[in-house]
Design a protein around this ligand. Structure first.
Ligand code: 2IP
Ligand code: CA
Length: 382
């Protein structure tokens, strides 16, 4: 069945905004947040963290998106993959699958059993999950006139990227380039649509629930993009905001290998900010030219949405390995960009459950071919 890309983008935007609302409501009630945090166990553990958290916020956002998209696009639900499993174990040791029920009352009842009979909290969450949310996509949406084959679509959701920042709840401070190194501002709800046949990302919606605060309430910001054959559209006019930097502005994880950091520092300005999604989004927004990660610590749900926006901007995401393997003249990197984009449809079957879906060979996100060329040169620096 063919569906207009315009209506799918609008539905994704609305769903991401509902996710952002849930994230804000839970954060506003700190006692509730503490109540909701459960430690990840076994296979679901992201090995880099001593403690990793699975929050009800994550699961609730993911299941709300699944529910809302499925209502409008029947059948898409089976092809929606999220970072989280929707299974929760309550204090009585009962295993409960969190899902959005047919009405608010039924959802509240279900959540109540996860929340140790705290009906007040359950009702509050159920109310937001069933709210009608409509968000303006901006004038660029009218430029999207293509249709999509619904059966070919898959969706990756990262309900709350930068979970650690979300839980610690600090308010970060932007530096002079506009980058926020840590804090709630690094949290992003990521919804990415890809083609099951090509594996390439098609649509991305990145919603930051916490951008500005008056000390009491937070407001957010959203960016979307679509890259479908000749239809390449994104929500913001692309303004390169790091013009004051003479060197290539590269983002890296705090935990990036020291030799890789050293190599890039020799010719680039290197910054650390939290969150894989936020780092990618900073490249989308022109706050950085590239994000380089040599390790396998990002996942498909982290990258799919901002990757689609980068493709709309004529940038992209390739693996760090393919960057290192590229021996040709850097000015011919358009071929590399054309043939080596990261794809989202195959798992790494040998890994544990969470390692299956990681970007095994690292990633390099770049805002343009010129940025990719500069990254290739910087990476060759001895
Ligand atoms: C994490 C989160 C981390 C990131 C890691 C992601 O996702 O974005 O911040 O590490 O790669 O998988 P780093 O900040 O070092 O780049 P989540 O918070 O959803 O587990
Ligand atoms: Ca993540």
């Amino acid at each position: 069945m063919k569906v207009p890309a315009q209506s799918l983008i609008q539905a994704l935007i609305n769903a991401s905004e509902k996710g952002a609302l849930i994230a804000r409501v839970i954060r506003a009630e700190s006692a509730l947040l503490e109540l909701l945090v459960q430690e990840k166990k076994g296979d679901q553990k992201n090995y880099r963290f001593v403690q990793d958290f699975k929050t009800l916020a994550d699961v609730l956002v993911q299941e709300t998106v699944r529910h809302d998209l499925s209502e409008q696009f029947p059948g898409i639900g089976e092809n929606i993959h999220g970072e989280e499993s929707n299974k929760f174990t309550n204090v009585l040791g009962e295993s409960i699958s969190v899902k959005i029920m047919k009405d608010q009352e039924a959802t509240a009842q279900l959540l109540c059993s996860v929340l140790d009979d705290n009906m007040a909290a359950a009702s509050m969450l159920a109310r937001v999950a069933h709210e009608q949310v409509m968000m303006d996509a901006g004038p660029k949406l009218e430029d999207v006139s293509v249709e999509l084959d619904l059966e070919d679509l898959g969706v990756w959701i990262d309900p709350i990227d930068s979970t650690a920042q979300y839980i610690s709840g600090e308010c970060g401070v932007p530096n002079t380039s506009g980058l926020v190194s840590c804090g709630l501002q690094c949290v992003v709800v990521l919804l990415g649509v890809y083609s099951q046949s090509s594996g390439l990302p098609l649509i991305g919606v990145c919603n930051r629930p916490f951008v500005e605060t008056n000390g009491d309430k937070w407001t957010g910001h959203l960016m979307w993009g679509v890259a479908l054959n000749d239809c390449k559209v994104f929500s913001l006019p692309y303004e390169k905001t790091n013009n004051n930097k003479q060197n290539l502005a590269v983002l890296m994880s705090q935990s990036e290998k020291t030799d890789v950091q050293k190599k890039f520092r020799a010719s680039c300005s290197v910054d650390h900010v939290a969150g894989a999604g936020y780092k990618l989004l900073c490249v989308n927004q022109g706050l950085a030219d590239a994000y380089v990660l040599s390790k396998n610590s990002t996942y498909m749900w982290d990258c799919c949405a901002p990757h689609a926006i980068l493709l709309a901007q004529k940038g992209g995401v390739i693996s760090y390995k393919s960057l290192c393997d590229f021996n040709d003249d850097p000015s011919s990197c358009s071929e590399l960009s054309l043939t080596h984009q990261i794809t989202y449809h195959y798992d790494n079957t040998h890994g544990t459950e969470s390692q299956k879906w990681c970007n095994q060979e690292g990633i390099v996100a770049y805002s343009s071919l010129e940025a990719l060329k500069a990254v290739i040169l910087a990476n060759r620096h001895i």
